[in-house]
Design a protein around this ligand. Structure first.
Ligand code: ADP
Length: 275
């Protein structure tokens, strides 16, 4: 609590009382604390690729290297700079989302069409160890959504499914109309929705880590994740974009067997469809 006290004077400037204002600043303090934490996490995360870029360029400037070594160092610098650039893009995206500056451009859109549009990009990400299964019934009703954002949501989840199943296996994208609430779901909105499952047969996520997945910068801490590389921001952005649509996201997983991300998105109403 913050206390402010001001004397109250009459016309003759005599103090006749005091005005005391009691303000609850707990929430303000909490936000300040969160901001400070965020800045310190961001600085730390940006420093990691920067340290590596500086280290390798110093090395390259210090002396001559065989072309093959040189090539390797330059490649590392390039990869780390890319990582840095992706992180900055993600951070900008997140801060725009936080500030409410991202407006949805919602239309009646067909998931069939969006999925067709992303398959080319997806096929490029797949290794020969992966099989992609797309299961969407002909009669799935259109959703009321921002097409570019839905494309971003699906590519984020599918690229994670591929990234975090380094041994390959099936990556599935399954779409249904939501009729009964699947196990593990949070409270869902009442409106008619589609449910999208993105399922992989990869490394899985421990029960302990599942609730932390959508926290900014969270990355599961193991040697494989460290090798795979990433910013830990993709899922926070994905979740914010889904919630802007009034949808929900959650995950179920078995360590070592695979993970499923579930997403609900609202179906376009008759009114919007006739719109
Ligand atoms: P990034 O992939 O850049 O690290 P994300 O926010 O997309 O960031 O994901 C956060 C973390 O969640 C990842 O680092 C990874 O540890 C875990 N994760 C995400 N998707 C999967 C998945 N399909 N299978 C296993 N772990 C996953």
């Amino acid at each position: 609590l913050k206390l402010r006290s001001t004397p109250v004077k009459d016309a003759q400037h005599q103090i006749t009382g005091r005005l005391v204002v009691i303000e609850d600043v707990t929430r303000e303090r909490e936000i300040d604390k969160m901001k400070n934490e965020f800045v310190s996490v961001v600085s730390h995360e940006l420093r990691t690729p920067l340290t590596s870029i500086l280290g390798y360029t110093e090395l390259l400037l210090a002396r001559e290297f065989k072309p093959i070594e040189r090539q390797e160092f330059v490649q590392t610098v390039y990869d780390q700079a890319n990582q840095l650039s992706k992180m900055v893009d993600d951070l900008l995206n997140l801060s725009r989302l936080d500030a409410g500056q991202i407006k949805l451009n919602r239309w009646v859109v067909s998931l069939h069409q969006i999925i067709r549009e992303i398959t080319k990009q997806l096929n490029e990400m797949l290794s020969e160890k992966h099989r992609l299964l797309i299961d969407i019934p002909e009669g799935i009703p259109p959703i009321f959504a921002d097409k570019d954002k839905v494309r971003q949501i699906l590519t984020n989840l599918l690229s994670n499914a591929i990234k975090y199943s380094p041994n390959g296996g099936q990556v599935a994208l399954i779409v249904r109309e939501l009729r009964k609430v699947p196990p593990g779901a949070p409270p869902l909105p009442n409106e008619r929705s589609v449910i999208i499952a993105v399922r992989d047969q990869g490394m899985g996520i421990s029960e302990e880590d599942l609730p932390k997945l959508f926290t900014r910068f969270f990355r599961v801490d193991n040697s494989t994740t460290r090798k795979i590389g990433g910013t830990g921001l993709g899922l926070s952005i994905t979740k914010a974009l889904i919630e802007l649509h009034g949808g929900r996201i959650w995950a179920t997983s078995t360590l070592g067997r695979g993970t499923t991300f579930w997403v609900t998105l609202p179906i376009a109403t008759e009114l919007a469809r006739r719109g």
